[in-house]
Design a protein around this ligand. Structure first.
Ligand code: FES
Ligand SMILES: [Fe+2]
Length: 386
């Protein structure tokens, strides 16, 4: 692979890493298939035995299944016979998993039930050796994490100080109900998507100003190797006449603090809460130029029907891909990617300090926290600083 020309300055990132196919291929091997835990579902997305959900970890298709014993397992979504993708729907329910090609059938625990023509298979063929490939999984506040790596540390070690914030973002205890999804494909590199930070928030987003929604008094810190947590109090949203119906931006759930919490897990996933919106954003890098994001929205099991309706309305209207708060991000992700082809470096400035060390505790609206993530990325990818 051609070398990457990584500058010696701590605040510079070479734009070629957003565009090069060979860099993308190495990322899939070293990062996505490497020593990382990835959230692939909340267990409420597969509430009943036989429920399943499809997802990808980088290029690898996975199948999250609630077994008839109620355990949630994650399998590679590929038939152990010749490799056909087993399920193609986003979500569904089936009592058995049948491959369409030669009708091998598996139970919800991934065990091979039967295969047509078994009498003509070699004598040593054993059904026990031909079940679905099961991946290492771990649960935290109902979030199902999985990994393709045998080497990665246990989930608790990997997540560093994030679990407390994950709990706060997911209703305090992670006892959730799925409300629905929005899905979007951004014309951008996955790192341009995950490089989002607090500096731009009051500047890019007209809605922050129009709604006078949020100050800059929060904190931002790096947890574990490269996860980024941002937590801020939210001021009470005033009725300044911008919205015909200001209830859209009110906090209904008074049992929980009025906070904005964003847990950006390395490499690309987000778990977040703003006002009454609880979301996990799963992202799938499809190519150097394309990133698919699935927004899953949740309510809490103890919600009244009224609160559940409010959460649903607030979710897509504020923070979905076309929401008041988030609409502009997609446009900027695309413009970042077009601009990256111009070469040179992306230069981080706000909150970087004197550039002799990387800062892990920052102000809410700094962009320097991303540099810790970039340093982690650079080392995983084996790029030397020049
Ligand atoms: S590839 Fe699945 S049964 Fe043959
Ligand atoms: Fe934004």
């Amino acid at each position: 692979m051609k070398a990457v020309d990584w500058p010696s300055e701590l605040n510079k990132v070479p734009k070629e890493v957003f565009c090069r196919e060979d860099v993308f291929e190495r990322e899939m091997e070293r990062i996505y298939k490497g020593p990382q835990w990835h959230p692939v579902a909340h267990q409420c997305e597969v509430p009943n035995p036989g429920d399943y959900k499809t997802m990808h970890i980088g290029p690898v298709p996975v199948l999250v299944v609630r077994g008839d014993d109620r355990a949630v397992r994650v399998f590679v979504n590929s038939c152990p016979h010749r490799g056909t993708q087993l399920k193609t729907c986003s979500r569904g329910t089936s009592r058995a998993i049948e491959c369409p090609y030669h009708r091998w059938a598996f139970n919800t625990r991934g065990e091979l039930l039967g295969a047509p023509g078994l009498q003509d298979f070699p004598a040593g063929f054993r059904k026990e050796d031909n079940g679905l490939k099961s991946l290492r999984t771990a649960l935290l506040h109902g979030v199902v994490f999985t990994t393709l790596s045998a080497e990665v540390a246990d989930l608790e070690t990997y997540l560093g100080g994030t679990p407390e914030y994950i709990a706060r973002a997911l209703g305090g205890d992670g006892r959730l109900k799925l409300m629905g999804y929005q899905k979007v494909t951004f014309a951008t590199n996955w790192k341009e998507y995950s490089d989002n930070e607090g500096y731009h928030a009051p500047l890019l987003h007209g809605a922050f100003r129009l709604l006078q929604w949020q100050g800059g008094k929060g904190v931002q810190f790096i947890a574990g190797d490269a996860h980024k947590v941002t937590a801020a109090e939210l001021g009470h949203a005033p009725d300044n006449g911008f919205l015909n119906d200001p209830s859209l931006i009110q906090l209904f759930d008074r049992s929980r603090a009025p906070q904005s919490i964003i847990v950006a897990l390395f490499p690309v996933s987000l778990i977040l809460k703003h006002l009454d919106v609880m979301t996990i954003r799963y992202a799938i890098p499809r190519s150097p130029d394309s990133t698919e994001v699935h927004y899953a929205y949740f309510s809490h099991v103890d919600d009244s029907p009224e609160l559940e309706r409010h959460r649903l309305r607030q979710a897509s209207n504020l923070l979905g891909p076309s929401g008041l708060i988030s609409l502009e991000d997609g446009a900027v992700f695309n413009r970042l990617h077009v601009g990256a082809a111009g070469g040179g470096t992306a230069n981080f400035q706000k909150g970087v300090g004197d550039l002799t060390e990387l800062r892990t505790t920052l102000a809410q609206n700094d962009e320097a926290g991303n540099l810790v993530r970039w340093e982690h990325y650079r080392k995983l990818m084996g790029f030397d600083r020049g």
